[in-house]
Write a protein that binds this ligand. Structure first.
Ligand code: NI
Length: 166
């Protein structure tokens, strides 16, 4: 397994909507293992394939650092089928280092997709896992957490953050 380099904001690949995985083959298994390694090395609680430059509907999540009941999740072609409630919590992203903000998201989610063997999975989650699922599936749709901030906060972020990375 190898640690991949993580694409950083404002790279355009983070903005492209990813395409569904069509083939569960050896290449995909290698990518999944490398993404897991990369997520743990960062360290982060989730990583989407487009964050390592691969525009495919694939994400890995492990919120076990903060929620010990949780385990490693590999999601292929995931989609959110139900959202419920609302909750504010602090959020950050490996592609936007050194920046966090308090963000409102759904409290509970139901996600459907496939595991790394192509078997169907259904995950009902709340708390940190629900947030991580929404964050990673947003990535797969080309959406970053800063896009979900209010307009004034977002403008301020764009000005200030782009200055720090130039
Ligand atoms: Ni992220």
């Amino acid at each position: 397994m190898s640690v991949l380099s993580i694409v950083k904001y404002p790279d355009k690949v983070l903005r492209d909507k990813t395409v569904p995985v069509g083939n569960i083959d050896g290449g995909l298994q290698k990518l999944i293992d490398d993404m897991i390694e990369t997520m743990y090395a960062a360290p982060g609680v989730g990583l989407a394939a487009n964050q390592v430059g691969i525009s495919q509907q694939l994400a890995v999540i492990d919120v076990g650092i903060r929620d010990e009941k949780s385990r490693l999740i590999v999601l292929v072609n995931p989609e959110i089928v139900h959202l419920e409630g609302e909750i504010e919590s602090e959020e950050g992203c490996l592609s936007i280092p050194d920046y966090t903000t308090v963000l409102k998201r759904a409290m509970k989610v139901l996600v459907k997709g496939y595991d790394r063997e192509g078997g169907p999975v259904e995950i009902e989650a709340e708390g940190l896992l629900a947030r991580a699922l929404q964050h990673e599936i947003d990535h797969l749709n080309g959406i970053l957490f800063v896009d979900r901030m209010g307009r004034i906060k977002r403008e301020f972020f764009k000005k200030r953050y782009s200055r720090t990375i130039e």
